[in-house]
Design a binder for this molecule. Structure first.
Ligand code: 5GP
Length: 176
């Protein structure tokens, strides 16, 4: 049991099991993209630790881009506009793999996919460490999933609770 700010969390996925699964995911990606050049697009902040460990096991010729997704109120009546900040790599005609920490409802991923597709990439797949199938209501489920988990809030290994807990090497689940 650990405490992060005012909430208590119980051990859920150990550091060892996360590392083991990430090695398997990397092996799958290495096999699927053999002989190809890949651009990995890492979604910050949450995916920083997952990306660091995953990419150490990638043996492909690759570029790695780090982006943030931001929402802001447009000045026009269209309301909320989303953009990807920091994408300096040219992804036109590239095979792209998005590296994300968690796909929950899928709303965020749908927006990311839409924006990246508009940049003309050749192919696009999603690698997400965590996936909550019971919460998912989107169009783009991850192609590479580390762990499918129940619909409960988790923290650690890059995932935060009010910006705390990202440094934990394991993943913890909110107690009921
Ligand atoms: P979605 O748009 O798929 O509903 O949510 C995606 C974002 O919500 C993730 O990138 C993540 O930042 C946040 N999120 C969703 N579920 C969790 C969770 O269980 N723990 C944490 N720390 N963040 C979550």
């Amino acid at each position: 049991m650990i405490q992060v700010l005012d909430k208590r969390f119980t051990a859920f996925l150990s550091a060892g099991s996360i590392q083991e699964r990430i090695r398997e995911m990397a092996g799958q990606i290495n096999a699927d993209y053999k002989g190809k050049e890949v651009t990995f697009v890492v979604i910050l902040n949450g995916a920083f630790m997952f990306a660091g460990d995953l990419l150490k096991h990638i043996q492909l010729d690759c570029e790695i881009a780090f982006v943030k997704v931001s929402s802001y109120k447009g000045t026009e009546s269209s309301g909320r506009v989303d953009e990807i900040i920091g994408l300096t790599n040219d992804i036109a005609d590239r095979d792209v793999v998005i590296v994300e920490d968690i796909v929950d409802t899928g709303i965020t991923m749908d927006k990311i996919v839409k924006i990246l597709n508009a940049n003309g990439c050749r192919s696009l797949q999603i690698a997400s460490l965590l996936f909550k199938p019971d919460a998912f209501n989107g169009k783009n489920p991850p192609h590479y999933t580390g762990f499918s988990i129940e619909n409960k809030f988790v923290v650690g290994y890059g995932l935060d609770y009010n910006e705390h807990g990202r440094n934990l090497d394991a993943i913890y689940q909110l107690t009921d």
